[in-house]
Design a protein around this ligand. Structure first.
Ligand SMILES: NC(=O)c1ccc[n+]([C@@H]2O[C@H](COP(=O)([O-])OP(=O)(O)OC[C@H]3O[C@@H](n4cnc5c(N)ncnc54)[C@H](OP(=O)(O)O)[C@@H]3O)[C@@H](O)[C@H]2O)c1
Length: 224
């Protein structure tokens, strides 16, 4: 499949690299290609320029060019900027597309742990679906550290739970198959896109677990 990963941060890099490894034709979308390619890293994260140079088969394009003609689009942008980034990708380019939304509505303005800028009666997943009604939004992988999310076998043989939700059953089936290709063994379908409220609000627990455990490399298993 041709997959556009919108996002040049750690998450965009991890998702793009893994999907490329799985044989997909991947393009990363960004606002300004030259500026993104000029970024160098530090001890905490690899700069996008360095990453792009070591992943030469993955193309980098403006958001709208990346999204145009893709079979699947991944929103891996900052939650606060996701609606703006997707608007730059273009309503017409997103129409009919499977849009995997991995973003979280995190608000760090009061420090750590973050709060959510939308919750309870709404969610970022729903806001994205309403802003782009032609897109087939599937919320996924926002509940797991992305390094683990793209390589679930690294922990407990992949036997831990990830969630999908969205209003389009065919789009969800496409996303579930992609997650299974990554190595997920337990993908739980929570129903319509309003279930994003649950997976996004889980971040309040996820951030505390990370502090308590001293690592982001963990996940939950829903035992039936
Ligand atoms: N860290 C994890 O393990 C993890 C796990 C699950 C979900 N998530 C979620 O994944 C998403 C990406 O996280 P991240 O840490 O990789 O990156 P990030 O720093 O949250 O976001 C970087 C991306 O956001 C875009 N962006 C920032 N401001 C923008 C604006 N005003 N308009 C348009 N685009 C803008 C940047 O675009 P440019 O490329 O143009 O600069 C860049 O691609 C977040 O929503 C995060 O909550 C993270």
């Amino acid at each position: 499949m041709r997959i556009a990963v919108l996002g040049t941060g750690t998450v965009g890099q991890l998702v793009a690299e893994r999907l490329g490894e799985l044989g997909h034709d991947v393009v990363v979308g960004t606002r300004d290609v030259n500026e993104s390619l000029s970024r160098v890293g530090d001890e905490s994260a690899q700069g996008f320029g360095d990453w792009a140079r070591s992943n030469g088969r993955i193309r980098v394009a403006k958001l709208s060019e990346a999204a145009a003609g893709a079979d699947v689009v991944v929103n891996a942008t900052s939650g606060e900027a996701s609606l703006a980034a997707l608007a730059l990708a273009g309503d017409a380019n997103l129409a009919g597309q499977v849009l995997i939304d991995v973003s979280n509505p995190l608000d760090f303005s009061q420090g750590f742990p973050p709060t959510l800028f939308v919750s309870d009666t709404d969610s970022l997943g729903e806001q994205i679906q309403s802003a782009f009604p032609g897109a087939r939004v599937v919320k996924a992988l926002n509940t797991v550290n992305m390094a683990l999310a793209v390589r679930p076998q690294a922990l407990a043989g992949g036997e831990h739970t990830v969630f999908v939700c969205g209003d389009d059953e065919t789009a969800k089936a496409t996303v579930i198959a992609l997650l299974q290709d990554m190595g997920h063994r337990d993908v739980l379908d929570l129903g319509g896109i309003s279930s994003s409220r649950g997976t996004e609000m889980y971040l309040a627990l996820w951030t505390r677990l990370m502090v308590t455990l001293g690592t982001g490399t963990f996940n939950i298993k829903v035992v039936r």
